[in-house]
Design a protein around this ligand. Structure first.
Ligand SMILES: [Zn+2]
Length: 372
């Protein structure tokens, strides 16, 4: 079942690739963004306005509103508690439960499917929009607060929203990733990320997750993405055979599931995928639905443990040398990295970067250019 869905995703991706329209106007002058309210909660989801329509990432929306996404040959089915809708591959129409076709534009941005907020009206939600109060909220019977009470309760955040949300600055994505954790210092790492409103992806080892289970829960709760890094981190064991590599990832995933209730398809193999993860290995892992991620910026934070300047300079030099692809930065969940991290985040933020998680619907960036 799982395998089938992944193949369909693959097909959908190629069908859509030719139809993707580059939307450069997302953050152009005049366009704004608002944090989306879902029932009584003000979420971290940025709704961006394009030609009077607010769009949000489908995956984030579905996490906040408990939508179930299923991939089909003709599109993505979105099911809520009160209705469902199928977003068609043409990215301009959707089919309702009764078979009726409506016009509904979706698009890809940084590998994410963006959908109009108004889509939720087909799933049993109502929308409240009060631009003067920076209020954009979807709600159903789960909401207890009136719009007025919602605005009062989230006053501070909504005001901040109004001042930062409409600057018209183009957000560039950067993907921070931390390997080998969780560790005794993960909580400090998460504090730093929270301070900068930065999200990151953690490629974690099974035994470490068992040892620091509360940190795994915390990072997932705070919107970071869990990823798998195997069990042993020993070259001769992990890469002994395609089966041993798959086994390590599956065991790692089982531990993640036990702790958080969710599993992942994101993997990064020990020491990176080159040269050891040859085709037989990749076939074994990727046909099971895993997505392989390496990096294009190596902080070398494992080498320069006591030399923050070298780590900082390495990251900045490599980020600036990238021509087209978004930076995927390799760092480690370790004490030495805590010291230099604020400086790196500070500079990237000033340069207009936004810190996003890697998601399973993105095209994997790895050394083999294996895009499965
Ligand atoms: Zn590692």
């Amino acid at each position: 079942m799982f395998k089938k869905k992944v193949w369909l995703l693959f097909i959908v991706f190629f069908v859509c690739a030719g139809l993707v329209r580059e939307i450069d106007s997302v953050n152009a002058a005049g366009a704004g963004s608002l944090k989306l309210g879902v029932n009584d909660k003000l979420t971290n989801i940025n709704a961006v306005s394009i030609k009077d329509t607010y769009f949000v990432p489908l995956r984030d929306l579905s996490l906040e509103t408990n939508l179930v996404l299923t991939l089909h040959a003709d599109g993505i089915n979105v099911k809520g508690n009160n209705g469902s809708i199928r977003l068609m591959n043409d990215r301009s129409t959707a089919t309702l439960l009764n078979g009726k076709k409506i016009s509904l534009v979706t698009f890809l941005e940084n590998g994410r499917t963006m959908v109009p907020v108004k889509m939720t009206t087909h799933l049993g939600f109502s929308i409240s929009y009060k631009p003067a109060e920076s209020l954009l909220r979807v709600h159903n019977s789960g909401a207890k607060l009136s719009d007025t009470a919602f605005v009062t309760q989230h006053k501070k955040a909504l005001q901040a929203n109004a001042t930062t949300g409409t600057t018209g600055k183009k957000g560039k994505a950067v993907y921070l990733s931390f390997d080998d954790g969780p560790s005794a210092t993960t909580s400090q790492l998460l504090d730093i990320l929270a301070k900068y409103n930065a999200k990151a992806t953690f490629f974690m080892l099974g035994p470490n997750m068992n040892e620091h289970a509360s940190q795994v829960k915390r990072l997932v709760n705070e919107g970071h993405a869990p990823g798998l890094h195997g069990m042993t981190h020993v070259k001769d064991k992990f890469y002994a055979s395609p089966t041993s590599a798959l086994k390590e990832m599956n065991n790692d995933n089982a531990i993640l599931k036990k702790i958080t209730g969710q599993s992942t398809t994101l993997i990064r193999t020990p020491y990176g995928s080159k040269p050891y993860l040859t085709k037989p290995f990749r076939d074994k892992l990727l046909t099971q639905g895993y997505h392989l991620w390496d990096w294009n910026v190596d902080s070398e934070d494992w080498r320069y443990k006591n030399d923050s300047n070298s780590i900082y300079n390495t990251v900045m030099r490599e980020v600036h040398s990238l021509k087209k692809s978004a930076p995927v930065i390799l760092m480690h969940d370790q004490k030495a990295t805590l010291k230099v991290l604020p400086r790196i985040l500070e500079t990237l933020k000033k340069e207009g970067y936004e810190f996003h998680i890697i998601t399973s619907d993105m095209t994997p960036n790895n050394f083999w250019k294996d895009h499965r």
